[in-house]
Design a binder for this molecule. Structure first.
Ligand SMILES: Nc1ncnc2c1ncn2[C@@H]1O[C@H](COP(=O)(O)OP(=O)(O)OP(=O)(O)O)[C@@H](O)[C@H]1O
Ligand SMILES: [Mg+2]
Length: 365
């Protein structure tokens, strides 16, 4: 199993202090708009590497008006043991991590706590820019291998510096070599991890009977080809310098990849599907991600499904709940009213969030 059995939020967004006691069942949270439901899911998302489900900075998450710092504490129960996990930010500084009272880091936390999520802003994933789809795939790759976060950061840092040289019209190759070597190494790792993630999602979808539609996925380059090896990527970068200098940015590498989705049984591109179908494809992929993790890690990840119930018809909703319960995942779900979770009955723990004068309160429903 993998579940938080307790969660404390201190000075985190609208929560001055909230103590949640969980029993391992899926958590269904209801409350009015602005009550503080998504804030709780965001808190849980910070137990995985990166900026969390809103991609917010540490400073943005500090409770206003005080805005000094925030802290999240949890007890994470796995099949083997329980961990005390903490993450916090002091005065907007970079987020820190402690595991069992010892200083640690986000990647190490990611190794014990796998978290994947689906949030309403992803509803337009298939029709918007490729960046969102790359990020979606990167979250999945990261759930399989938390060190994917390092490769992404290393690549972006080196590329930013290379782009700066390009804009300044620097021609001396000596300035570029180290950066291009770093981009080659990290870029190749990123591409491999993404390809592996696509493969694992494909496998997990093929292996299961589910009411959700199969999403065929294809990793492509928006232009040209992704160089096959690390050294091919380094060569492509060095040979492309003059071309890149003309536009002031790097035109080859994994930052030019895109993820194409197809509603398999209909043969229709995800971007041309109906809103509900697009959502169903995302749910399908998140469930496939969870099943793949359950198979490889021995436990499904913690799932954060923000407002997922509202977008699904009654039949699909019941099917989703059924799959979550079969997986045995601690799924955190939100909705405005408890009726959205009726089909779950006693299989879920129901919490209500209330907001009064800017302070959120969580109680058992
Ligand atoms: N840093 C912050 N400090 C204090 N309050 C904040 C902070 N950031 C956001 N909020 C408040 O938190 C509330 C939003 O909480 P949240 O997004 O969790 O609501 P919700 O219950 O998910 O609502 P909805 O049903 O509309 O999605 C808003 O009232 C917002 O002003
Ligand atoms: Mg919300």
């Amino acid at each position: 199993m993998l579940a938080l059995t307790s969660l404390t939020l201190s000075h985190f967004r609208s929560h001055l202090r909230a103590d949640l006691h969980l029993d391992g069942r899926p958590v269904a949270i209801h409350g009015n708009n602005g009550a503080g439901k998504t804030n709780i899911l965001e808190a849980v998302s910070l137990f995985s590497p990166g900026r969390g489900l809103r991609r917010a900075s540490a400073a943005e998450m500090a409770r206003r008006p005080e805005g000094l710092g925030w802290k999240l504490k949890g007890v994470l129960q796995t099949s083997e043991q329980a961990y005390e996990i903490e993450t916090w930010s002091d005065e907007g500084a970079a987020r820190q991590v402690r595991i069992d009272n010892k200083a640690s880091n986000q990647i190490a936390l990611g190794q014990i706590c796998r978290v994947v999520w689906l949030v309403p802003v992803m509803d337009r994933l298939w029709v918007e820019a490729a960046e969102g789809r790359r990020r979606f795939l990167d979250r999945i790759a990261l759930s399989f291998d938390p060190s994917h976060a390092e490769a992404t950061l290393a690549y972006e840092k080196a590329m930013r510096e290379r782009n700066k040289l390009l804009k300044e019209q620097i021609r001396d190759g000596a300035w570029y070599r180290v950066l291009e070597a770093q981009m080659g190494s990290a870029g190749h790792r990123i591409h491999e991890a993404r390809s592996a993630a696509v493969q694992r999602l494909r496998q997990a979808q093929n292996d299961a009977e589910t009411t959700f539609p199969t999403a065929d996925l294809q990793l492509i380059q928006s232009e040209g080809e992704m160089p096959e090896s690390e050294s091919d990527l380094v060569t492509a970068l060095s040979e492309g310098r003059m071309r890149d200098m003309a536009v002031g940015r790097t035109l080859v590498g994994p930052h030019r990849s895109d993820l194409i989705g197809t509603y398999a049984s209909k043969g229709i591109a995800a971007k041309d599907c109906s809103t509900g179908e697009q959502k169903a494809l995302l749910v399908s992929l998140i469930l496939a991600n969870a099943r793949a993790l359950a198979a490889s890690e021995g436990a499904p990840p913690i799932l954060l499904l923000d407002e997922v119930a509202a977008h699904l018809d009654k039949g699909r909703r019941a099917a989703l709940y059924e799959e979550i319960c079969t997986l045995g995942a601690q799924a955190w779900m939100t909705g405005t009213g408890p009726e959205l979770f009726a089909e779950l009955g006693a299989r879920a723990q129901l919490l209500e969030v209330d907001e009064a004068e800017g302070v959120s309160q969580v109680k058992k429903s």
